[in-house]
Design a protein around this ligand. Sequence first.
Ligand code: RB5
Length: 153
Amino acid sequence: MDMRIAVGADHAGFPLKEALVNFLMENGWDVEDFGTFSTESVDYPDFALKVAEAVARGDVDRGLLVCGTGLGMSIVANKVPGVRAALALDVTSARLARQHNDANVLTMGARLIAPPLAEEVLLTFLQTGFEGGRHARRLEKIQEVEKKERELG
Ligand code: RB5
C-alpha cells in the first residue's frame, strides 16, 4: 500500500471527496489533497489540472477527481499527456479501466454515486493491476496519438 494518491474535487464533488479522503487515510493510504476545501463554487478544470499534472509528472501514482458527474473532470484530465482518466461509477468499470486501459486517474460523480459504493469502486481501482499483452499495444497507440497531437499543436 505504498501508493501515493492525488485527490481533487470541485464544490459539487467536495462532500464525496472528503468522505473518500477520510476512507483512504483511515486505511493507511498516502493522500495528497489538492482541494477544494468547501462547497463554495469553484471551476472543476482548475482542480482536474492540478491532479492530472501531479500524475503526469510522476509525483503520485494515481489520481482521484470528483465533480458532480465525473464528466468534466475526465474531460480535463484526459487533455494532459500521459494521463488516462476513467469515469467509473461501478466496480466492473473500475476493474476494466485498470486491467485494459491502465487508467491512472479515476473520476467519479458525487451526484450519481453514494459513498459506500464509491469506496468500493475506488478500492478496486487502486488494487487492480494492468493486464498488459494486447492492451499494452493499444496504450502505445494512445502515446502515438499524443505525440502526433503535440506535433500538430
Ligand atoms: C458543477 O455544477 C458541475 O457542472 C460539475 O461539478 C461537473 O458535474 C461537471 O462536469
